[in-house]
Structure formats: structure tokens, C-alpha cells
Design a protein around this ligand. Structure first.
Ligand code: TYD
Length: 396
């Protein structure tokens, strides 16, 4: 049974940065109710009513994975590791974005699947690319084109959690995977979200926030089996799941057994855990508003660092707009000059925005805290401060 534990209010699409604040643009802004529920049987956490993917993954999709050095390095490292360990003859990525993972393989043995046409256009130059949504129909289409042995490595980072229809997703994967092929998926970890109070991981694109216990349960239904897991630091704490056909040769690792034990000890299988989490989220909202009000009463200038999808949830849930934040800085060229979804705060380049007039910068991109604190040594040296909400509201 699905039970709602968190209501994050009316939200716009997390990446729908507005090009201007004209009446027509504002009138067309789309909002939906962001409610999060827990399935007490499947241990699966999800959005109650997902948005239609066709309105999310368009030819204007803003996120380019290769713009972050951290992500470029992470994908290079895992690509090399998988190549060495499994030596796949054929590799496919679901949600290949701008090719940041696949470019580490021989281009002749890779297949890219990416429904955002602006991104698919980039990889079409180098690899076989299908600019379509992943589903059973596409799996059958690709299967007809390759040899009947199937695909040895299917990789998917931050994509499976975005696809509402799990039946189509995993039936298609089972169909196309070779006998001893492996499916490797990376997605934010529910354990980390609950532990760090990072409720901003809930936004329209994250239809599911998976735990190890939920993935373990889920894939069994499709003749698949989870056999290993890595805890990784990307996106503020994620898991990398290794999945194979139920009849494949891989043995369940001790690491996986330990991870399942840890999650059960943390009671990720109990509704009460989520009720407690929701209380902490409400406190986080009260605390951040209190802090911003206090700083504004002392005429301090506050900005936000990183126009992340995650901060769309925070700003809209906590009603943080221009009354608190002068602007948001972001290095991504196509976010600059635009306005934050729902809250309409201007986004500018950090070259202009990170200057001597700033007293506090809210870490919208808290998942890159280390990289940012390293980069902004001058800002910190002259007394500039950061604010984070992870795991609780505090000034750094
Ligand atoms: P990302 O980590 O993809 O988070 P989300 O999925 O919630 O959008 O986004 C990080 C954003 O932060 C991205 O737009 C780039 C920006 N950014 C900066 O502006 N400066 C930086 O130093 C870093 C690391 C990121």
C-alpha cells in the first residue's frame, strides 16, 4: 500500500528556467503537486503522480553531464573499471546525455539511448544513437539490429529513477541483456537522503528515490537479480547497483549483504522512518526562513550558489524568492540570464555574481561543496560565508 509522508506543495518543473518574466511566460508556467509516498510492501519511495516525461525531456533539456569536472572524472573512472572487469563486446547506455560516459569506450561497440533531441544530436556524430524514450518497443527494435547474444553491459546513471514505467524499463532490459550481461545503474541513495535530510532530491524528474532493499525486491519481478552495490559520492550520495539475469553466474557480494543489513537497521522498510523524516523537513523550512529573515534584518546580502534542480524544490517549498536572495550564480551558460522556476530569481554568471558585496551564499549545489569551497578560497578569505541545509541549516 502506498502512503504519503511528505507534501512539498505546488512545484514547477525543476529545470524550467524562465527566459524572461513577461506576463505570457508567467501565465504559461506549469505547476504540479509534489507529494512523496512510501509503498509499505515494496519499500519503494516515489512521487504520487509523476509528470508526463514528454513535457520534461524535450529538445531544450538544460543539464549537460560533461560540464562538471567531478562528473567527467567519475564517469571516466567507472567506464575504465567496467571495461577492465567485464570486457563487454557491446555496451548500451540508457540516458546517455552528451556522451560523457560512452566516450570512454570504442565508439563502434556502443549504443546510446537519449530522448532529449538536443543531447542525442551531440552523440549522433560519434555513436549509434536512438533519440527515443527507453521502453519495451525500443528494446525490441534495438534487439533486432544487434546479434541475438544481446548486450553485455547496460549502463544507466540518473535515469532509471526518472522513468515512471518500471515494467517497461526492466522488461526491455531483460529482453536485451546477454546471458551473463550486467546492468549497472546509478541513482541517488534513499539512505543518504533520509540521513542528510536532503529533501531537495525530490523533484519532478526523480520519480523514484531507490534504496538497496527496494531495488533488490523490484528486479526479481523481471527475472533479474541484484548481486553487488557500491556506495558512491556523486549527487550528494548515490548507489551503484549491479544487476544480472537471475540465471547468470554472478555471486551475491558481502558488500550487498552488508548494505541491506544497514538499511534494515536504519528502518528504511518502516513507514515511521519517513514520518520522522517529514518532521525534520518541516523544521529545515522553519529554520532557513528564520535565518534568512535575521540576516536580512541586518542588511546582509544573500545569494545562492548553483541554479540546481534541487534548489527548485527548496525555493518553492520554503517560498524563497527575491525578498531573500538577490540572485543565483551558475557556471552553465544556458542558465545564465534566465530566472529560477516558480520563484523567478535572476541567474547570473559567478564571474559577476561572486563579488565583494556578497555576505552569504546558499549552497544550492551542496553536492559539490568540496569543489566549491576549494574554488572560492578568496571569497572565504575576505569573510564571505556559505549556508547549507545539509544535514541541517548551518553557516559555514
Ligand atoms: P547538479 O549537481 O546537476 O544538481 P541538480 O541535478 O540538482 O541540478 O547541478 C549543479 C549546478 O551547479 C550546475 O548547474 C552547475 C552549477 N555549479 C556552479 O555554478 N559552480 C560550481 O562550481 C559547480 C561545481 C557547479
Amino acid at each position: 500500500m502506498k502512503k504519503i509522508f511528505l507534501k512539498l506543495g505546488k512545484q514547477p518543473l525543476a529545470n524550467s528556467f524562465l527566459p524572461n518574466l513577461r506576463k505570457k511566460t508567467l501565465n504559461n508556467e506549469f505547476f504540479y503537486n509534489l507529494n512523496i509516498c512510501f509503498d509499505t510492501k515494496k519499500f519503494l519511495v516515489s512521487i504520487t503522480k509523476p509528470v508526463n516525461p514528454k513535457s520534461q525531456y524535450t529538445d531544450k533539456y538544460a543539464h549537460r553531464a560533461s560540464e562538471s569536472k567531478t562528473m567527467r572524472n567519475a564517469f571516466k573512472k567507472i567506464a575504465h573499471k567496467l571495461n577492465k572487469k567485464y570486457n563487454p563486446k557491446l555496451v548500451m547506455e540508457i540516458g546517455s546525455n552528451d556522451g560523457v560516459f560512452l566516450k570512454n569506450f570504442n565508439s563502434k561497440k556502443v549504443i546510446a539511448v537519449e530522448p532529449c533531441k538536443n543531447l542525442a544530436k551531440m552523440t549522433k556524430k560519434n555513436f549509434k544513437t536512438y533519440d527515443e524514450f527507453w521502453n519495451l518497443k525500443l528494446a525490441n527494435k534495438i534487439f533486432k539490429k544487434i546479434n541475438e547474444k544481446g548486450i553485455d553491459l547496460i549502463f544507466s546513471a540518473n535515469t532509471i529513477s526518472h522513468i515512471p514505467n518500471l515494467d517497461q524499463t526492466f522488461t526491455g532490459i531483460r529482453k536485451i541483456l546477454s546471458k551473463n550481461g550486467i546492468l549497472v545503474i546509478e541513482d541517488p541513495s534513499l539512505f543518504e537522503v533520509i540521513k542528510n535530510n536532503s529533501y531537495d532530491q525530490f523533484y519532478d524528474e526523480h520519480v523514484y528515490v531507490f534504496s538497496t532493499i527496494s531495488i533488490d525486491n523490484l528486479v526479481k519481478k523481471y527475472g533479474l537479480r541484484l548481486f553487488d552495490v557500491d556506495k558512491i559520492t556523486t549527487h550528494g550520495g548515490s548507489n551503484r547497483y549491479y544487476i544480472c539475469k537471475s540465471e547468470a553466474v554472478f555471486k551475491k557480494s558481502n558488500k550487498l549483504n552488508n548494505m541491506i543489513k544497514k538499511e534494515l537497521k536504519f528502518k528504511l522498510n518502516k513507514f515511521i522512518t519517513y514520518k520522522k523524516f517529514a518532521k525534520k523537513v518541516i523544521k529545515s523550512k522553519t529554520d532557513i526562513i528564520k535565518l534568512f529573515k535575521k540576516l536580512k534584518s541586518k542588511n546582509r546580502k544573500i545569494i545562492s550558489y548553483g541554479a540546481t534542480y534541487k534548489s527548485t524544490t527548496i525555493f518553492n517549498y520554503c517560498k524563497i524568492n527575491n525578498r531573500f536572495l538577490d540572485y543565483v550564480t551558475d557556471t552553465t551558460k544556458n542558465k545564465q540570464g534566465k530566472f529560477t522556476p516558480g520563484t523567478h530569481i535572476p541567474i547570473i554568471s559567478p564571474d559577476i555574481g561572486i563579488n565583494n558585496s556578497v555576505d552569504f551564499a546558499f549552497l544550492g549545489a551542496w553536492n559539490f561543496k568540496k569543489e566549491i569551497l576549494n574554488k572560492e578560497k578568496n571569497y572565504i578569505k575576505r569573510g564571505g560565508k556559505f549556508i547549507t541545509h545539509v544535514p541541517r541549516i548551518k553557516i559555514i
